[in-house]
Design a protein around this ligand. Structure first.
Ligand code: D6G
Length: 842
């Protein structure tokens, strides 16, 4: 049985004094807040800064989660259920305060308490830095999954890296992206986390292996002469919504194994002692800011092994505290690898079992495979991790030996299945041959896992048909699909309170825990009152966003225009450039005929580019240039373009509720799933999109008539790759496209630097790898249909309502249930928390 946090009214009457750390009564909340201000922050209210108020309020919330947290962990320790371990190099949590308040169900009470003290809850929440420990979709998915796991009462843990610097802060200078380090921990304290030094783990690197035989002739391998660092865990509570479960996110920070090397220090070389310490700590210093591409740096591999080593030591240690043997590890622990970043877990678990716990190869392999499952997130070859064998062998010599042995046995199996088929062996091998031999991490994960999944139906099919075709032939039973989802708590209840209340008023308050209930809105789609309400809420949200942009950036947005948004990482395959080409086409039409634009539109972009990704940064520069040019042109009305700097979770929470049209326009076959598409639709935006990733299923759910579809299919794109392609053909055939590209090439958008955008023009007129020129016409035509519908507000509102109503499937609760039932074999565990009894009263 799940239960709501105990409201004050149901506390037995014999309790006269509620502990100020537990009670949800407004008076207790007020006392607790002032108490933390005074004793944790050292300030009286008159001297406190907003930051102090945020920290105090966060501590008030954390206090109230602690009993639930302890009871959750204690219950697991007592019942010893199977636990899920989600291993991810990224957790893009964003802010936690309003989420914590919502999960406690005390937002209105706290708002009033602060009001009485002259404070505004929103201002206080604004003080919280985003925990930006991720790049984009993959990291945010991990955060949504933790929310769903706790909400559904599954025993689960997140394991990752406590980066000191998360994703960089993006500022725009002269139209260019400039990166600044994001210091989410700059205040020296993060009120949510608690260090657990008692669970620190020693992590070895480098060195060599020694092979010896014991008196029975059994081979023993020792990894010696290593250099080591220590992983220090920090725990963050992850509260479920409407339940007592509070799960743990355990993030590891690298520290020097000895504070200083005393030998070196005593020898007088203080500087070197400090350098060694810094070299250790650098491992968890910074998140690599590349999304969908890999920079093969030693430090990155170190990060990956570092957190996997810590996680596995912790997991095996916990297992042995509650079980007396390792043979049943697969019955008690499921590990999910979020992409290949933690794929070294396959070799590390083998090493632990064989070298540290004395198991033979076969049982160790059975345990490893029984425990590990792997999620693939991309088909882009530049994002598939491959590590040079040399580097690998230097950094992790024992693991390389284990990988060679896994591969030797695996290739024997391939030989049995396809005798004499050398090509097949080459394609499947864990080692890529060539000038530099490489370890293919995806292959390691595929061989070492009992389950592998893609993240949308189309993507999972592409994995089977294409990327992992040979593996699928060998192990068809391992493959499945788990379409991504998003948590409706953060992505509707929390970020769009107006819409959330309107929905609750119509269908009751059950939907945040059971998103399928949104279907009850569908019968009201034709109700003019609901239509007006939904449109009015959207308008209010747009006004809020415009106010924010005005205050922060001094730019005016017109909330009466259609807000057209593309918010996601900047990548060529996501085709922000196609969006820009359409904008330039509109600009051209408006310049020729001032009455040409029937619907005023504001195009908003939010996107970070990997710092070394030249084309992506040039596209940001172009978006800003086009925006500036249009703004400066008095002849053009009803068209504006703005690039909102520093897109991140907290900005997404502002932008998504204000969106009318969601741009999901990637080259078909290249976007594995997308989750922004789900969040936007859930908040009543209509989608213009290709048949790519989860768009395909979104369209199935909402109905083809409620989705703006355009462009080539994945199959057509794949087929177009059989022969050489040139964008010049479309350029010559389509007069408007020609005008657009000519204007771009003419230097019109960069008068001081006419050749600035030449690389974009060259790419379009060259092999146009992402097929923008091929989809341009169909995209522009589809955009006309968007205008047609927008001119009919009732029909637009009806379509928006139907989009929301049919989003139930895209709750991450559904996704997590599928993983739990089909991959993890996980049962829920209800957490009972007895009401607090003050010791004063006993
Ligand atoms: C969390 C909550 C805390 C609990 C701890 C257990 O930090 O109450 O004691 O987890 O950690 P393990 O003993 O399972 O590592």
């Amino acid at each position: 049985m799940t239960q709501q946090p105990t409201p004050i009214a149901t506390v037995p009457p014999r309790i006269l004094v509620e502990d100020d750390r537990s009670s949800l009564h407004p008076k207790a909340l007020a006392r607790a807040f002032l108490d933390h201000l005074l004793y944790s922050e050292g300030h009286t209210p008159d001297a406190a800064t907003l930051r102090d108020s945020f920290e105090s309020l966060a501590l008030v919330v954390r206090d109230r989660l602690v009993r639930r947290w302890i009871h959750t962990q204690r219950t697991y320790d007592q019942q010893n259920p199977k636990r899920l371990y989600y291993l991810s190099a990224e957790f893009l949590l964003g802010r936690a305060l309003s989420n914590g308040l919502i999960s406690l169900g005390v937002t209105p009470e706290v708002k009033r308490v602060l009001q009485d003290l002259g404070l505004d809850l929103e201002d206080v929440c604004e003080e919280e830095p985003d925990a930006g420990l991720g790049n984009g979709g993959l990291g945010r998915l991990a955060a949504c999954f933790l929310d769903s796991l706790a909400t559904l009462d599954y025993p689960a843990y997140g394991y990752g890296i406590r980066y000191q610097f998360g994703i960089f802060e993006q500022i725009i200078r002269d139209g260019w992206q400039v990166e600044k380090p994001e210091l989410w921990l700059k205040h020296g304290m993060n009120p949510w986390e608690i260090a657990r030094p008692e669970r620190a783990v020693k992590v070895d690197f480098y060195g060599r292996t020694e092979h010896t035989r014991d008196h029975n002739g059994k081979l023993e391998v020792r990894w010696v002469d290593t250099r080591s660092v220590v992983g220090l865990p920090f725990d963050t509570p992850i509260p479920g919504y409407g339940t007592n479960t509070v799960s743990t996110l355990r993030l590891w920070q690298a520290t020097a194994s000895e504070e200083f090397d005393l030998g070196v220090f005593n020898a007088g070389d203080y500087e070197r002692a400090v350098q060694d310490k810094n070299a250790s700590e650098v491992i968890s210093k910074v998140l690599y800011p590349n999304d969908e591409s890999i920079v093969g740096k030693e430090l990155r591999l170190k990060q990956e092994y570092f957190f996997v080593r810590c996680a596995l030591a912790d997991i095996v240690g916990r297992h042995l505290r509650h079980n007396n043997r390792l043979a049943n590890l697969p019955d008690k622990a499921a590990m999910q690898l979020n992409d290949t970043h933690p794929a070294i877990a396959v070799a590390e678990l083998m090493r632990l079992l064989i070298d540290e716990h004395g198991l033979a190869w076969e049982p160790a392999w059975e345990i490893t495979r029984g425990t590990i499952a792997y999620t693939n997130h991309t088909v882009l070859s530049e994002a598939l991790e491959r590590w040079s064998v040399d580097l690998f062998g230097r950094l992790l010599p024992r693991h390389l030996e284990i990988i060679f042995e896994i591969n030797r046995r695996f290739l024997e199996e391939v030989e049995r299945r396809w005798p004499g088929d050398g090509d097949r062996k080459g394609a499947l091998s864990l080692i890529e041959e060539g000038r530099t031999k490489k370890v293919r991490m995806a292959h390691l994960a595929l061989v070492g896992a009992h389950a592998v999944n893609g993240v949308a139906a189309l993507h999972s099919e592409i994995l089977k048909r294409d990327l992992f075709h040979d593996f699928h032939e060998l192990y068809p039973e391992r493959f499945s699909n788990k379409t991504n989802g998003v948590t409706p708590r953060r992505w509707l209840l929390q970020c769009n309170p107006r819409l959330a209340s309107a929905i609750t008023a119509r269908i009751g308050a059950g939907w945040p825990r059971d998103l399928d209930q949104l279907a009850r809105l569908a019968p009201h789609a034709d109700d003019p009152a609901l239509q007006r309400e939904v449109m009015a809420i959207k308008h209010q949200n747009k006004v809020d966003l415009a106010t924010f942009v005005q205050q922060r950036h001094g730019v005016t947005l017109d909330p009466s225009s259609l807000f057209d948004m593309q918010v996601k990482r900047l990548h060529e395959y996501k085709r922000q450039l196609l969006n820009v080409l359409h904008i330039i086409a509109l600009y051209g039409r408006a310049r020729r005929d001032p009455g040409a634009l029937r619907v005023p539109r504001t195009f908003l972009f939010g996107a970070k580019a990997a710092p070394g990704y030249f084309m992506a940064k040039l596209i940001i520069r172009l978006i800003n240039a086009v925006g500036d040019t249009i703004r400066a042109d008095p002849a053009v009305r009803g068209l504006s373009v703005y690039f909102v700097p520093n897109y991140r979770v907290s900005l997404a929470e502002r932008m998504i509720p204000a969106c009318d049209l969601s741009e999901q326009i990637s080259t078909a076959g290249l976007e594995a799933s997308g989750t922004g598409n789900m969040k936007l639709s859930l908040n009543g935006a209509l989608t213009i999109g290709t048949l790519d990733g989860a768009n395909v299923e979104i369209r199935e759910q909402v109905g083809a008539e409620n989705f703006f579809l355009f462009g080539m299919t994945a199959e057509e794109v794949a087929r177009s790759r059989y022969s050489p392609y040139s964008g010049r053909l479309a350029y010559e055939r389509d007069a408007e496209l020609r005008d657009v590209i000519d204007l771009l090439a003419s230097g019109h958008f960069s008068p001081g630097e006419p050749g600035l955008f030449r690389p974009l023009v060259d790419a379009l007129l060259g092999d146009d790898h992402y097929r923008l020129t091929a989809d341009f016409r169909s995209y522009c035509d589809c955009q006309r249909r968007v205008d047609d519908l927008y001119l009919d507000p009732a029909r637009w509102a009806r379509t928006a309502i139907l989009n929301m109503a049919r989003m139930g499937y895209f709750s991450s609760d559904r996704t997590i249930r599928q993983y739990a039932q089909e991959i993890w074999g996980l049962e829920t565990v209800a957490i009972e928390v007895p009401p607090y009894v003050s010791t004063d009263q006993e």
